[in-house]
Design a protein around this ligand. Structure first.
Ligand SMILES: Nc1nc2c(ncn2[C@@H]2O[C@H](COP(=O)(O)OP(=O)(O)OP(=O)(O)O)[C@@H](O)[C@H]2O)c(=O)[nH]1
Ligand SMILES: [Mg+2]
Length: 459
């Protein structure tokens, strides 16, 4: 397919060391060559082999330099898009890059839509749908784990996994086809074997969906709220987990009156950590608003770390805070365990807050905090299957397809042996078609549009 030559600034706007303009398509080298003056006279852009660079100036219509640039040439199909590509490395900053781009566009090259370079790569067969989706995941990754998974997906790991599932369906289809084509010799297909193959695929689809949910945590992160009555050490914990003095800490109860948010990383999980005002009845208007906001934050969080002060015993205030918490999503930290005066023990805790995981520790002395992080991780990941089985990022699009396939397999399994072989063959081939959308090389236009609409310009 002949694709238009396109161009866009591939680096983010704003000041920086360099900015890169990417030009891709069959006319890229010739048209950029026409507005480029090489530093060494007898060299020219179109003489370059792939992966070579050349220094010179992008010039305006009068031949006056716009910016000094380094140009990289990549020749088809050995480029990101699998088209001839020129990357213009100009000085960072809004104006230089913009003016160079305008000069490029002046050559009759069209400005690229968001994600269009990756779309070219997809249309040229260099990436399949799953790999194209991995590109946006890499760009957006906010934790090391999410990045690892996305890079794995880009390498084609996910696609290979799906293809192995497709192979099982193809085996089932072959059993049916053989009975249709050679009824005399083959007789009835081996329904047991077909059922086994379908069950296997179904099992793996379930695992994939669970893995996708687990990966989603690493991709999007979760909201964790730190709550408790005043002065128990909430802000101290936020500061410790974020590794800096983000919130004010004093011995005065009611120090924090606002919501304080900080992105932290707990055991590789991106966490939006929220420190709240100590919850208590108060006449102070500002503090009262803070308490309301704390309660709102608690209701929105995926998990609450509920702090108590070991020296104060379990008070009515503590019990009131506990009432606003979801016991299944709560971890209790009994803080200030470094102090001698201990008014809370395990028995007391179990009596007041039965079944809630409890850690005794001290933020000041950094005790129990590793255990706390392990607990947080375990609770966030609980119910999402065991780690290390399958690991995979799934886009919303892929999740939907997997769920559809699950339902489809279920209905096929139910009618197995009760419908004609032709009908069964059609069902299995439809199933294969659905599944091929996961990694699809020839998706429908709207599916392609959905994949690429989230991309940024220049990618
Ligand atoms: N001994 C001891 N003191 C602590 C510990 N953690 C916090 N503190 C002290 O307890 C006091 C209150 O700490 P904060 O972190 O401000 O408590 P808070 O829960 O945010 O308080 P409010 O914002 O008022 O609700 C400060 O003087 C801290 O230094 C601890 O583990 N041991
Ligand atoms: Mg505080």
């Amino acid at each position: 397919m002949q694709q238009e030559t396109i161009a866009a600034i591939a680096t983010p706007p704003g000041e920086g060391g360099i900015a890169i303009i990417r030009v891709s398509g069959s006319e890229a080298i010739a048209k950029v060559g026409a507005i480029f003056k090489p530093r060494i006279k007898d060299r020219a852009l179109n003489q370059l082999h792939g992966y070579q660079m050349i220094l010179g100036w992008i010039v305006d219509d009068q031949g006056q330099p716009i910016d000094e640039c380094l140009l990289a040439v990549m020749r088809k199909p050995h480029s990101y898009t699998a088209e001839d590509t020129v990357e213009i490395h100009c000085h960072g900053g809004v104006l230089a890059a913009r003016q160079c781009l305008e000069q490029v566009l002046g050559q009759g090259i069209r400005e690229a839509y968001p994600g269009e370079f990756t779309q070219q790569a997809y249309l040229n067969g260099r990436l399949d749908a799953s790999q194209a989706e991995a590109v946006i995941e890499i760009i957006r990754a906010r934790s090391k784990k999410a990045l690892n998974l996305a890079v794995k997906q880009l390498s084609g790991y996910n696609s290979r996994y799906i293809h192995r599932l497709e192979d099982r369906l193809i085996q089932a289809a072959a059993l049916i086809e053989a009975s249709i084509d050679f009824p005399e010799e083959v007789g009835e297909p081996d329904y047991e074997e077909i059922a086994r193959l379908l069950a296997e695929v179904q099992h793996h689809l379930g695992q994939l969906l669970a893995a996708g949910k687990r990966a989603e945590i690493y991709r999007s992160g979760v909201k964790v709220v730190i709550c408790g009555k005043p002065n128990v050490g909430k802000s101290s914990l936020l500061n410790w987990l974020s590794g800096r003095d983000r919130a004010i800490v004093t011995e005065i109860p009611g120090t924090t009156r606002d919501i304080i948010e900080e992105y932290v990383n707990i055991k590789g999980i991106p966490v939006r950590l929220i420190d709240t005002a100590g919850i208590r009845k108060t006449e102070d208007r500002v503090e009262a608003i803070g308490v309301q906001m704390a309660q709102q934050a608690i209701s929105e969080a995926a998990l609450a770390i509920f702090l108590l002060d070991i020296t104060s015993g379990i008070t009515l205030e503590d019990e009131e805070v506990f009432h606003s918490l979801n016991p299944d999503r709560t971890i209790i930290l009994i803080n200030k365990d470094d102090l001698v005066e201990k008014q809370i023990d395990h028995e007391r805790i179990q009596a007041c807050f039965p079944g809630i995981p409890v850690i005794f520790g001290s933020v000041r002395e950094e005790q129990g905090l590793n255990e706390l992080q392990n607990r947080v991780e375990a609770m966030i990941l609980s119910g999402l299957g065991r780690e290390g089985e399958v690991e995979m990022l799934l886009s919303a699009r892929q999740q939907q397809i997997l769920q559809d396939c699950q339902e489809h397999i279920e209905s096929v399994s139910e009618i197995l042996g009760q419908v004609s072989l032709d009908c069964l063959a059609v069902e299995i081939s439809e199933l294969l078609e659905d599944m091929s959308e996961l990694t699809g090389k020839s998706l429908k236009a709207d599916a392609i549009e959905r994949i690429f609409r989230d991309f940024c310009i220049g990618k």
